[in-house]
Ligand binder design. Structure first.
Ligand SMILES: Cc1ncc(COP(=O)(O)O)c(C=O)c1O
Length: 386
């Protein structure tokens, strides 16, 4: 072999020869076939919806392993990966709409998803009405003949309203509409959305599944009826997460249960502590008995994540900054669901609900010792008062 041929050939035979606990990362565009007959056979099996790899974007082992694992954890039929949670939000919506359709979306949903509905969908003839998230069966009054999607997110981003998903699903299905949920907060570990009537689950696995703040990835999980439309839309858009990110997410998923239980335990201790603070007007955390959606949470969920919002009594921006700028353990930044504690001011847009009177501060309670976190929060309140 000449050097240039060697450069193409060397080291490839060893790729799959070792049995390891975790799957190797397959970085690939091209999947090789033994023969024309095999190429045709694999193509036929792919057309018949078998999980065979045909090309780098389709059914590569590590990506497929994650998709199947998450589909099972969420209680769905099949799943596909996206390069971010937001791409999964867009992909789920696009798989359910066509020009002329109408979408219902909760007023409290993740803001960039809302922006997608407000700015992007109208360019393709799809309109959206935002609804009060605790509307429940009252959603019937907002259904239009062309409503094809009722989008949900429970609890709501930043303001943590619990939604009555079974009641909403009953109405939506009676009108022939699909129900989508962004299940980032609870994950399938704490809430089986499919058992509560949802058709498509969005899982921004950037959060709890990957769990270490080093991956951007999303998945959409479908039930059997919505799988064909999710599959065709996703591949038409050329969406897929990288094999490296799928590897990290599957790795993170191994410890998700342990992490979630610890997040819950610490968040509950800290949320209860927060409730007693004179600076705090309300703690928006569904696991607290004081939360207006507590009964719904108890009925439908088996646990609570480590993310909640605190509404403070009115303070100046200077006081708020004094508190938030100098935490030792609560770094200031977007996202959540990682091992580390974070804090951020709430970023909300409202058309239906009134805005709260005091500032909203969202806390991601990480895996640190809760005693250290409480000391940090206590020092923050002291700075705010000073
Ligand atoms: C509720 C919710 N959905 C979706 C997303 C989007 O996920 P990603 O950051 O992976 O795009 C986020 C991100 O913060 C989120 O909080």
């Amino acid at each position: 072999m000449k050097k240039d041929t060697q450069l193409s050939q060397l080291g490839r035979e060893a790729a799959n020869s070792v049995r390891t606990v975790n799957l190797p990362i397959h970085r690939a565009s091209t999947v090789l076939f033994e023969s024309v007959a095999e190429q045709r056979d694999i193509q036929r099996r792919w057309d018949a919806d078998e999980q065979v790899p045909t090309y780098g974007i389709i059914n590569m082992p590590g990506v497929l392993a994650l998709e199947n694992a998450v589909a099972e954890m969420e209680g769905g039929y099949r799943a596909l990966t996206f390069p971010s949670g937001l791409a999964a939000v867009a992909g789920a919506l696009l798989s359910c709409v066509k020009a002329g359709d109408h979408v219902l979306m909760p007023d409290s949903c993740y803001f960039p998803g809302r922006r997608f509905a407000e700015q992007f969908l109208p360019r393709y003839g799809v309109t959206t009405t935002f609804y009060e998230p605790t509307i429940g069966a009252g959603i019937a009054a907002l259904m239009q003949p062309n409503t094809t999607v009722v989008y949900t997110e429970s609890p709501g981003s930043h303001t943590f309203e619990m939604q009555d998903i079974p009641a909403i699903a009953k109405v939506a299905h009676a009108h022939g509409a699909k129900v989508i949920i962004d299940n980032a907060w609870a994950t399938g570990y704490f809430f089986n959305a499919f058992e509560h009537g949802v058709d498509l689950v969005i899982q921004p696995a950037t959060k709890y599944y990957s769990g270490h703040s080093d991956v951007l990835i999303g998945l959409v999980i479908a039930n059997e009826a919505t799988w064909p439309q999710l599959k065709s839309t996703t591949y038409d858009l050329g969406q897929r997460a990288s094999p490296d990110d799928c590897y990290l997410t599957l790795r993170g998923m191994r410890t998700m249960g342990v992490r979630l239980r610890r997040h819950q335990e610490s968040a509950l201790v800290i949320a209860k502590w927060m409730e007693k603070r004179p600076e705090v007007k309300r703690v928006l955390y569904p696991a607290l008995e004081s939360h207006p959606g507590h009964a719904l949470w108890k009925r439908d969920y088996t646990g609570a994540a480590g993310l909640f919002t605190v509404e403070l009594h009115p303070v100046s921006d200077k006081q708020l900054a004094a508190m938030m700028d100098h935490y030792q353990h609560f770094a200031l930044g977007y996202s959540w669901g990682g091992f580390e504690s974070l804090v951020v001011t709430a970023h909300i847009a409202r058309t239906v609900n009134a805005l709260p009177s005091g500032p909203l501060v969202r806390y991601n309670i990480g895996l640190e010792d809760p005693d250290d976190l409480i000391r940090d929060l206590e020092a923050g309140f002291a700075r705010l008062a000073a």
